[in-house]
Design a protein around this ligand. Sequence first.
Ligand code: GAR
Length: 215
Amino acid sequence: MTEEPQVPTATGPESSATAQPRVTVVVSGSGTLLQALLDNAQGYTISSVLSDRADALGLERARAAGVPTAVVELKDFPDRAAWNQGLLRAVDTFKPDLIVLAGFMRIIGEPLLAAYDGRVINTHPALLPSFPGAHGVRDALAHGVKVTGCSVILVDAGTDTGPIVAQQAVEVLDDDTEESLHERIKVVERALLVDVVERMAVGGWSVEGRRVRLG
Ligand code: GAR
């Protein structure tokens, strides 16, 4: 018999009751984008940080800021469908108004998207619809583009296919490596994400077809 996976439990202090919009940030890695949000959140509360990796540095950043965390690792579930349900249960614990995927390297499944329809955004290190997927910087460099950048999108069922909320361009230099280019993109991406999350969380947004307007 397969054991029912544990529902991830929140760690860290309970967030205090607040009238501010609640934002959950989901990370897989170093979490420098998360840090920018933690340092600059105004008019909303980062009420939780989730990760698919227990060793994600982003979780340390959240704990240091006193933000509750939860870990939902794929290996703790019998299959991806169960993991997706686990992810939804973890998110539900925190009841966010907006979910921000900030360096989250997995595809979000239908359960979370259905429950938080239109309220999940993702940031991507390329100018979508060019270079979607896990290697946006590498693919842009290999293609020889002279300008790339970053995109914040509403997440839909595809891979980096959702309506575009905001974008910023970054020039590609002749001697760029994947690392140097990604670092320059992330400088721009942090500022863009801070701006977009505040505008969405505080002012709201509307979607008409594929066109997103911030409140
Ligand atoms: C960011 O550049 C983000 O766009 C990218 O991971 C980086 C996270 O940086 N996400 C993806 O590529 C998702 N497909 P960080 O860990 O330093 O915040």
